[in-house]
Design a protein around this ligand. Structure first.
Ligand SMILES: Nc1ncnc2c1ncn2[C@@H]1O[C@H](COP(=O)(O)OP(=O)(O)OP(=O)(O)O)[C@@H](O)[C@H]1O
Ligand SMILES: [Mg+2]
Length: 248
């Protein structure tokens, strides 16, 4: 069974075709990069997979179940999580408070709002252990706005992991980072459990290819190429859009 499958997906914004007949499938535990130039349709694909947009045509399946018409929160309950291209942290919360909110989402008693101390204690423990696991324990009581941009991106990844997602969509997790920050975020993604299937949108082809098993290249809303890292690296159509040779 596939973890995630999109079949013949198309989407338009007014007269603009953002996606045209895109199909792809990802096996459980697999890591797939989605690369392609600005405006290729990468984020639109994630918005359709998560249910922010309803596609003009095509289907989305999560572990074999057709979720094309399910609302976003229902897909999240089925184990789908994402991060966004633009930071979505609450700037005034501390790192620990932010992670607490995210782990709270897992707790069936979450609407009881910390009435029971024991329940709160368990959530706090889980939040603290996540921060320790990912090397951010010493940042727990800092306000997220005060962190470096690279650390903010790491906190966003921890928030996404807090729900123990089965399928995780990462939209340019290294966008705007320095080379050193990019390296630490990439290292973090490399350490993610293989229990989580990952789709990674990444501008930098070297960073992308280093982190994944397989690659799909989108160009002008269509799948231009797909395959193993070597196949995609050697594909002249891909070289043409990335390096400007003109035989595409
Ligand atoms: N909400 C929207 N309304 C109208 N047009 C949109 C909307 N979202 C995306 N588009 C258009 O659809 C096309 C695909 O955009 P999308 O954001 O999916 O590209 P992308 O591959 O993620 O690009 P980037 O690398 O710049 O993030 C673009 O032409 C974009 O301008
Ligand atoms: Mg995008």
């Amino acid at each position: 069974m596939t973890a995630l499958e999109v079949h013949a997906l198309s989407h338009s914004f007014g007269g603009l075709t953002a996606l045209a007949d895109v199909s792809l499938a990802v096996a459980p535990g697999e890591r797939l990069a989605i690369i392609g130039p600005n405006g290729a349709g990468k984020t639109t694909l994630f918005n359709i997979v998560t249910g922010i947009f309803r596609p003009s045509a095509g289907r989305v399946r999560l572990f074999g179940r057709d979720v094309t018409r399910l609302p976003t929160h229902h897909r999240a309950q089925l184990g789908l999580a994402r991060t966004f291209q633009i930071s979505t942290l609450f700037p005034r919360l501390t790192v620990l408070e932010s992670v607490l909110l995210a782990v709270q989402g897992l707790d069936p008693a979450r609407f009881v709002l910390y009435r029971r101390r024991a329940a709160y204690g368990r959530l706090l423990e889980r939040a603290e252990s996540l921060l320790a696991e990912w090397g951010l324990a010493d940042r727990a009581h800092q306000v997220t706005r005060q962190l470096s941009y690279g650390e903010q991106r790491q906190v966003e990844l921890i928030l996404a992991l807090a729900g123990a997602p089965k399928v995780l969509l990462l939209d340019e997790p290294t966008a705007g980072l320095s080379p050193a920050e990019t390296a630490s975020v990439a290292e973090m993604i490399r350490r993610f459990s293989r229990d989580t299937t990952i789709l990674l949108i990444e501008h930098d082809m070297d960073v992308a290819l280093d982190l994944v098993d397989r690659v799909t290249v989108l160009f002008q809303g269509r799948v231009l190429a797909e395959g193993s890292k070597d196949e995609v690296r050697r594909d002249p159509k891909v070289a043409a859009i990335y390096f400007g040779t003109d035989d595409a």
